[in-house]
Design a protein around this ligand. Structure first.
Ligand code: NAD
Length: 498
């Protein structure tokens, strides 16, 4: 058995998990930096194409091995539950590691680690309770619909919430009996590798999980094109998702795409403004706005527009910006200096479009934050919904506030985007809340709350925000192939043949 090394005992992982073995990758060196201060955290030899081939071959063998394929679900579930226990046991180390790798605050990474443990436990339960169906018979036969593992699943994730998004794919795919090759984003490989260590320690049979940090255009692409990869579950940007979808179409391969967003948050004139302001701030500025569901377009009833805008600006100015390890900090650095510079450019473009920047709109001048990838939480108004700033995802701490005068116009503008991921509605009129929620084109609508997420509730995007559904009781089914079984019950030969 491979030597077990854990985040606690050995600090930062430096090897990658290929087909059950911890090895030095055959690809170029990836450097992870701490975006709070720009200092290197780890240098890892990433995966090369040969590692992809080894990981997929091992995954194919491991998922077909009767010791896994025929293992009763309650025994598979035990391993997933053990992974949940270990994630909890190492929760402090995992949260600290993720904060160093992504810049997110410790409060956020602690919550993501807890969510990852919850996801493994939930899918352990799903694994035990996942049933086949006996379907209504229309003749002398018994018919069943059963769900079988696909084989090798490639899980490709972005950098914003690695351990939670890893768990969202790895747990249901393993629960359904598959093997998984996980490819974390280039900037944030560390907690995904730590999850690999946890799988090894939990006794997951070798080859069922590989973790291959590496570039998207080389390693991600090689995984998607590999003939023995039977499904790709991808979370990331829409243009990458579209490219993966094209390859999947060529292979006639199922693909799940969780993509970008430009989600509207709506404040009606009867909203509890205190709750709305707190919810809006959390919805856009938590994770420094690097969240697919960030509520980045804030529509406010014209009658209370100035009041709500003033309150938003005042509350935003009061947010504490700093290192994710500092207690009380709400807005940490962005994931990388390159990404921070991109966000800064997009705010400059908003200015050229005629946007008024009410707060933020720049790098903080506090010298103690000078080396980090910080950007101040920013509120802009004065734009129309058709401005590029309101149409393109910024993925940073930037919100645009827009007035509306009537419900029809509001629904039209809220839906006037290529995306359809999430929406927030603030109102005390539940008839209106339900009416508007049903008309909004989005996978998730929050009413008088925002960004609350449960593994028990399905998550999906519509339009260019994605394809397929993760989580929920049916989440495990996404990692299976359906098969129909007919058991003949005729006493006599079939009439045609006889
Ligand atoms: P990205 O699309 O650049 O990269 C995501 C992953 O895909 C990375 O691991 C990358 O290496 C890999 N990749 C890149 N090119 C590839 C290719 N040709 N083939 C295979 N893999 C490839 O996204 P990002 O910048 O890392 O993340 C930000 C994006 O993710 C935002 O658009 C955000 O909205 C989205 N996101 C969506 C959700 C959701 O659930 N809908 C959740 C989080 C983030």
């Amino acid at each position: 058995m491979a030597e077990v090394r854990t985040p606690t005992r050995d600090g930062i992982p430096d090897e990658i998990l290929v087909g059950g073995e911890w090895v030095t990758g055959t690809g170029p060196v990836l450097e992870s930096i701490d975006p709070a201060n720009g200092e290197p955290v780890a240098r890892i030899r990433s995966a090369g194409p040969a590692d992809v081939d080894r990981a997929v071959a091992a995954g194919l063998t491991a998922s077909a091995d009767p010791s896994w394929r025929d293992r009763p679900p309650h025994q598979r579930a035990r391993i997933l539950a053990r992974m949940a226990d270990l994630i909890e046991r190492y929760s402090d180390d995992l949260a600290r590691l993720q904060t160093r790798d992504t810049g997110k605050t410790l409060a956020e990474t602690t919550a993501l680690v807890a969510s990852a443990a919850g996801t493994f436990r939930f899918f352990a339960g799903s694994c035990e309770t996942f049933e086949s169906e006996v379907t209504p018979s229309r003749g002398q036969y018994l018919s069943m619909s059963v769900h079988e593992p696909i084989g090798v699943v490639a899980a490709i994730n972005p950098w914003n919430s690695p351990i939670a998004s890893d768990a969202q794919k790895v747990a249901p795919a393993l629960a359904a009996g598959n093997s998984v090759v996980l490819k974390p984003a280039e900037w944030t490989p560390l907690v995904s590798l730590a999850l690999g260590r946890i799988a090894t320690e939990a006794g997951l049979p070798a080859g069922l999980l590989s973790v291959l940090p590496g570039s998207g255009s080389e390693i991600g692409d090689a995984l998607v094109r590999h003939p023995d990869v039977g499904k790709v579950s991808f979370t990331g940007g829409t243009s990458t998702g579209r490219a993966i979808g094209r390859v999947a179409a060529e292979k006639i391969m199922p693909v799940a795409l969780e993509l970008g967003g430009k989600s509207p948050t709506i404040v009606f004139d009867d909203a509890d403004v205190e709750h709305a302001v707190a919810g809006i701030l959390y919805g856009i500025f938590s994770s420094s706005g690097q969240s697919c569901v960030a509520g980045s377009r804030i529509f406010v009833d014209q009658r209370m527009y100035t009041d709500v805008l003033d309150r938003l600006v005042e509350a935003t100015r009061a947010l504490r910006v700093g290192s994710g390890t500092e207690p009380g900090v709400q807005v940490g650095p962005l994931v990388h200096h390159e990404h921070r510079d991109r966000v800064a450019q997009l705010v400059e473009r908003a200015r050229t479009e005629g946007g008024r920047v009410h707060c933020g709109g720049r790098i903080p001048d506090d010298p103690s934050l000078g080396a980090g990838a910080y950007y101040l939480p920013t509120i802009i108004d004065g734009l129309t919904n058709s401005a590029a700033t309101c149409q393109e995802e910024i993925f940073g701490p930037v919100a645009v506030v827009l007035p509306f005068t009537d419900e029809e116009e509001l629904v039209r503008e809220a839906n006037d985007t290529v995306y359809g991921l999430a929406c927030g509605i603030w109102t005390s009129d539940y008839r209106r809340a339900l009416r508007v929620a049903r008309r909004i084109e989005a996978g998730t609508v929050w009413i008088n709350t925002y960004k609350q997420l449960s593994v028990a509730t399905p998550f999906s995007g519509v339009k260019e925000s994605g394809l397929g559904t993760e989580k929920g009781r049916a989440g495990i089914r996404a990692y299976t192939r359906q098969k129909s079984l007919y058991f003949g019950l005729n006493e006599d030969p079939l009439p045609w043949a006889g």
